[in-house]
Design a binder for this molecule. Structure first.
Ligand code: ATP
Ligand code: MG
Length: 255
């Protein structure tokens, strides 16, 4: 699959106008630190949207505000049109939003299988359906299948990243929030992770993708936002952002 195929696909999937996520003028704080200063962004059903920005820009905070780990002091977060900005995190997971956290926080002492089962904790459906999803995740990441009984902490960095994404998928998300899924991975694995993101999206999951690897992110996304010190400074179609001089200079390393 080429980058062009990938981009076309995600744009095709990004149909209707119905919004999966809708953030309006969101302000989030850590104590006195004003981390998000009026962030507005949307993700349509079935769309991949990327959020790019430098270290400390507020990317992770944006995802945490959507997941309910941080409650905004001002502004609104909507999921399928419904306010979720003061809903507790476990309820938001039940509503179909799942975040795969930065730095692959898996459970190191649990086996790969146990880690994946933890991802399904909020589900109230049958064991059989969970088995089906487990099968799907293991088909997506064959490496995990070979290591089901191995302790999470003994996996390589790339395998832990696959496990973190796999675990997020076990919650059957409608919206997947990915925080730097390619961080620290070898180039061939980065490719695999991005292809997986596209495959997940094709299965009907909307994705908000936070990435330092802006080039790859803009290749798979339909649209993108650029965040600088808590503010969205640019938003556009991913293709247009790739051509944008400021983006090229600051995030794509093109002079
Ligand atoms: N738990 C916290 N307590 C206090 N300040 C925090 C906390 N977490 C983040 N911040 C601050 O909020 C701002 C945004 O941080 P955030 O983690 O969202 O950035 P980021 O864009 O994800 O950066 P990176 O690319 O380094 O992951 C930063 O200035 C950071 O220092
Ligand atoms: Mg971050």
């Amino acid at each position: 699959m080429t980058a062009a195929d990938v981009a076309t696909t995600s744009q095709n999937v990004a149909n209707g106008s119905e919004l999966a996520l809708d953030l309006r003028n969101v302000h989030s704080y850590y104590g006195h630190i004003h981390a998000l200063k009026g962030v507005s962004l949307t993700v349509r059903h079935g769309e991949i949207v990327t959020l790019i920005g430098a270290n400390g820009a507020g990317k992770t905070t944006t995802l945490r505000t959507i997941s309910g780990i941080v409650h905004p002091q001002q502004g609104e977060v909507r999921l399928n049109g419904q306010r979720i900005d003061h809903v507790p995190p476990h309820r938001i997971v039940e509503m179909g939003v799942c975040q795969s956290p930065e730095g692959r926080r898996i459970f190191p002492r649990m086996t790969v299988l146990e880690n994946l089962e933890m991802g399904a904790f909020a589900r109230r459906d049958s064991e059989a359906l969970r088995r089906e999803d487990l099968e799907r995740v293991l088909t997506l990441f064959p490496r995990l299948r070979e290591r089901l009984k191995q302790k999470g902490g003994t996996l390589s960095g790339g395998e832990q990243q696959m496990l973190a994404i796999g675990r997020a998928l076990m919650s059957q998300p409608k919206v997947l929030l990915l925080d730097e899924p390619s961080m620290g991975l070898a180039p061939n694995l980065v490719e695999t992770i991005f292809e997986t993101v596209v495959a997940i999206n094709r299965a009907g999951v909307a994705v908000l993708l936070v990435e330092q690897n802006a080039l790859m992110a803009l290749n798979v996304a339909a649209r993108g936002y650029v965040l600088e010190t808590g503010r969205i400074v640019l938003e556009d179609e991913a293709k247009a952002l790739q051509q944008n001089e400021k983006v090229q200079k600051a995030y794509l390393g093109i002079e």
